[in-house]
Design a binder for this molecule. Structure first.
Ligand SMILES: Cc1ncc(COP(=O)(O)O)c(C=O)c1O
Length: 338
């Protein structure tokens, strides 16, 4: 079975399972899980933040951050295609009474200069109180350049906003931008990172932030059901992922680039644009073939992709080796009779 829907589909390797088996654990609600304490310390240092707290998922991590920055009747400003705007069941509104105000993004998916200032509401009883800017990097695979983050940061701070960065795939951005985690993290107050995407852990995220937010973050995580006990078993998988799987993200990016070139002849070119990859992702719009359906054709051959509508996102990850990728490309060519 080849699964190209997402980098979240990987299963823990034998070595990762062994690390989980051997994990030293304790009750993390009492702060006594040595593996989690190690992971939190490592990440607060890596990102140059005072504190880090382990979370079960990216959604829980983002929401814990948003609920810590904002309160009822306040507002978060967020790029209209970002995950926190579209794909987290409006948790900030549902659970926090927080208004989610979306702003347009550029083609690069970064936030346009001036749009943060425009979105901030005047202090008037008719409006929610603007409190937070939510950024994302990578966004749909695109690494947002540091220069853009710097400008967004300056504009948000001028308007007195806090900044949260959803860095679910931050290490893909770091690989693409050839920078250090701190180079990006310094343009946000809080940063969330997932271990369960390209890094291959079965679960786990981490939220990094300044000291004065710790009490609030731990409280919000508790409310969201994320205060777990001997959670070092997951922490060990995350530490294993960090140690072994960050350096190989480069391979995922190279394979995505190779795939984009190979599929270009079969890609429906809007405005004549060739197919490109973005970090570990390719957004492929298959040229229609009368009477045949690519999705079903691939499914019958044991290949799973998201149903094209009209694009399909193809994602490189730990289980996509050169051999697997070549076999996928061969099957696409076969579909088109090449
Ligand atoms: C950019 C981004 N942020 C946050 C999340 C949420 O992560 P989780 O599925 O662990 O809740 C995802 C999930 O795919 C994501 O792609």
């Amino acid at each position: 079975m080849i699964d190209l829907r997402s980098d979240t589909v990987t299963k823990p390797s034998k070595e990762m399972l062994q690390a989980m088996y051997e994990a030293e654990v304790g009750d993390d609600v009492y702060g006594e899980d040595p593996t989690i304490n190690k992971l939190e310390k490592e990440f607060s240092e890596l990102l140059g933040k005072d504190r880090a707290v382990f979370m079960t998922s990216g959604t829980q991590s983002n929401l814990s951050a948003i609920l810590s920055h904002c309160g009822r009747g306040e507002e978060m400003i967020v790029g209209n295609v970002y995950h926190t705007a579209l794909d987290e069941a409006a948790g900030a509104s549902v659970l926090g009474g927080i208004a989610i105000s979306t702003i347009e993004v550029e083609e690069s998916l970064s936030i346009k200069d001036g749009s943060i200032k425009n979105a901030v509401k005047p202090d008037d009883p008719h409006y929610p109180i603007s409190k937070l800017l939510c950024l994302e990097n990578t966004s749909q695979g695109r690494a947002i350049p540091i220069e853009n983050l710097k400008r967004n940061h300056a504009e948000a701070k001028e308007m007195d906003l806090s900044i949260h960065l959803d860095g679910a795939r931050l290490f893909n951005a770091i690989e693409d931008l050839k920078c250090e985690p701190k180079d990006i993290a310094k343009y946000a107050d809080s940063v969330s990172i997932c271990f369960s995407k390209g890094l291959g852990a079965p679960a786990g995220s981490i939220l990094c932030f300044p000291e004065n937010l710790e009490h609030k973050v731990r409280r919000q995580r508790k409310i969201l059901g994320g205060a777990l006990r001997q959670v070092g078993v997951l922490g060990a998988a995350c530490l294993y992922a960090v140690k072994n799987n960050i350096k190989r993200l480069k391979e995922d990016h190279e394979r995505a680039s190779f795939l984009a070139k190979a599929l270009n002849p079969y890609h429906c070119k809007k405005n004549g644009k060739d197919l490109h990859s973005f970090t570990n992702m390719v957004f492929f719009e298959p040229i229609e073939k009368k009477g045949s359906d690519l999705f079903s054709f691939l499914k019958n051959k044991g290949i799973i992709i998201s149903k094209p509508c009209p694009e399909t996102r193809l994602v490189m990850h730990l289980n996509i080796t050169d051999e697997v990728l070549n076999s996928f490309i061969k099957t696409i060519k076969e579909f088109y009779g090449d």
